[in-house]
Design a protein around this ligand. Structure first.
Ligand SMILES: [Zn+2]
Length: 292
């Protein structure tokens, strides 16, 4: 095992093959991904996990933020908005997150598959945030969840800026798996097992595992952000407590000052926030497999 830079490890098999990258701690307080990466690393070190072919990269995205158990380092920059497609053609901006993204980006470019492990600030069932294509499904079949949240119109970042989007821009399969609430690490083992399943499909390790039994998966697309126009936004009762709160056409989901925020379609509220410029996002159910 080679540590290419701080908390970026490369493990190569004896034979040529596919490249898989597992990232945890892109947001430092999201502990499941950190634990999964450390567990896989320990398995490689102990010999319990033998990389036969290809290359495995294990990455802790934001070591400074992991150290202080916060989303980003101080001053705050979001590492998962730090991967514009032309990142490496730009000048460094001097921030820690930009420097980390510049170390990690070349590995994302080389990867056939990238799995970036995240968690939500509010309680949530696990879900996948990625494109809903057949190639993506080949990978995410290993992860328990019944919802896919796609963002083909870049509502989250305004343009391609996340690890999974960056990977897709360079021809790989990029997946962001939201494993539940940030402090809840009960899913570490299940997530690590899913990663082993992906390794087996890519023939990085020898065959051993079976995919998670498939439940019906519902696919959603992000439609818009909740962008208050006043400093005084509050969610209506029953909203803003966790991801995947259903709403129905005509519902008032919150108040922007004294103006009710009404929705004009049925959907789900995801990533609700306590405060900030964006208070959350609205997603709508779509037919699966509308993309190649
Ligand atoms: Zn995150």
């Amino acid at each position: 095992m080679n540590e290419l830079a701080e908390s970026i490890w490369e493990i190569k098999g004896n034979k040529a093959g596919k490249t898989l990258t597992i990232v945890g701690g892109t947001h430092g307080n999201e502990r499941t991904g950190v634990e999964v990466v450390l567990r896989l690393k320990a398995m490689v070190e102990s010999g319990a996990l033998q990389i036969k072919r290809g290359t495995l990269y294990l990455i802790l995205g934001n070591p400074r933020a992991i150290e202080i158990n916060t989303r980003g380092s101080e001053p705050f920059h979001d590492l998962n908005r730090s991967y514009p497609t032309d990142l490496l053609r730009r000048e460094p901006d001097g921030t820690y997150e930009n420097a980390r993204a510049r170390l990690i980006a070349p590995l994302l470019q080389k990867s056939d598959v990238v799995i970036d492990l995240h968690s939500t600030n509010k309680p949530s069932e696990p879900f996948l945030a990625c494109l809903h294509s057949a190639r993506h499904e080949e990978v995410y079949k290993w992860f328990a969840c019944d919802k896919i949240l796609a963002d083909p119109n870049f509502v989250l970042g305004g343009k391609s800026v996340t690890t999974d989007e960056y990977t897709v821009a360079y021809g790989g399969i990029g997946i962001c798996y939201e494993t539940g609430q940030a402090s809840d690490t009960r899913r570490v083992l299940a997530v690590a097992q899913g990663v082993l399943g992906v390794m087996q499909d890519l023939q990085i390790i020898a065959h051993k595992h079976k995919p998670v039994p498939l439940c019906e998966r519902e696919t959603y697309e992000l439609v818009e952000s909740i962008l208050p126009t006043t400093a005084n936004f509050r969610f209506a009762e029953g909203y803003g407590n966790h991801s995947w709160e259903p709403f129905y056409v005509g519902d008032v989901i919150g108040y922007d000052g004294d103006q009710p925020r009404k929705v004009s379609y049925d959907g789900m509220l995801v990533f609700p926030k306590e405060e900030g410029k964006v208070m959350g996002y609205l997603a709508k159910r779509v037919e699966a497999d509308t993309q190649p």
